[in-house]
Design a protein around this ligand. Structure first.
Ligand code: PRP
Length: 218
């Protein structure tokens, strides 16, 4: 994994998860020939890799247990985890994340980019009332302008979220600059960092519209 602090040119709270397996999953996702069932499967598998990375800085606590041989001290995740998929495309990462974190609570952020202005519009929010008690992982395959993610993070912090990390299949330079600057306390894990956005704020080269490819609404 390339840490933001290790490579010039991107912020220290951005982390590129670019091992061969995640590159392979990403290659499947980027290919326009990949049909919806395979796209959905590759997104789920990539989410599993990314969510493992996103737990790297999660707070832990020491727990005293007995192995079959002796008493010993082990490390466990300190707080319950809340996964927050950003609807709709974030749902494509939920099953993969739950495969690794099966006890996680799931909150939902419904945001849609206005197709004219590319600004995020909130249409559904359902988060646990005791959000401050959780470590939160936000799931959204695409980080384009950063508008949707920044609005999500602002909302989570208004609801009292403390420790937050985010996972993305593909991020674009302008969005990364924005969210890392606006949320320096949050860590962002992405399988790719693409250079630019087109005139419709789509990531280039990207993978197209993740929500449409996941749900066949092309
Ligand atoms: C996409 C994507 C992100 C957002 C990224 O969702 O899944 O949530 O756009 O763009 P931004 O960084 O410029 O805000 P979209 O609005 O297309 O909704 P969908 O997931 O329902 O398809």
């Amino acid at each position: 994994m390339v840490e933001g602090s290790e490579k010039g040119g991107f912020p220290k709270n951005f982390h590129l998860v670019d091992d061969p397996l995640s590159r392979h999953k990403l290659a499947v996702l980027r290919d326009e020939r990949t049909p919806t069932p395979e796209f959905r499967q590759a997104m789920k598998e990539l989410a599993l890799i990314l969510v493992a990375a996103a737990t790297r800085r999660m707070p832990t606590r020491e727990v005293r247990i007995n192995t079959p041989l002796v008493g010993t001290t082990v490390e466990a995740i300190a707080a319950p985890v809340c996964l927050v998929p950003v609807l709709r495309a974030g749902l494509g990462m939920l099953d993969g994340a739950l495969a690794l974190l099966p006890k996680a609570t799931v909150g939902f952020m419904g945001l849609q980019r206005d197709e004219e202005t590319a600004q995020p519009v909130e249409y559904y929010v359902n988060l646990p009332k005791d959000l401050p008690n959780y470590s939160v992982v936000v799931l959204d395959p695409m980080l384009a302008t950063g508008g949707s993610l920044s609005a999500t993070l602002t909302k989570l912090k208004e609801e009292g979220a403390g420790w937050v990390s985010c996972i993305h299949a593909v991020s674009a330079g302008p969005g990364v600059e924005r969210v890392c600057a606006e949320h320096p306390d949050v860590h962002f894990y992405s399988a790719a960092l693409d250079p630019e956005l087109d005139e419709n704020s789509f990531i280039v080269p990207g993978l197209g519209d993740a929500g449409d490819r996941l749900y066949g609404t092309l």
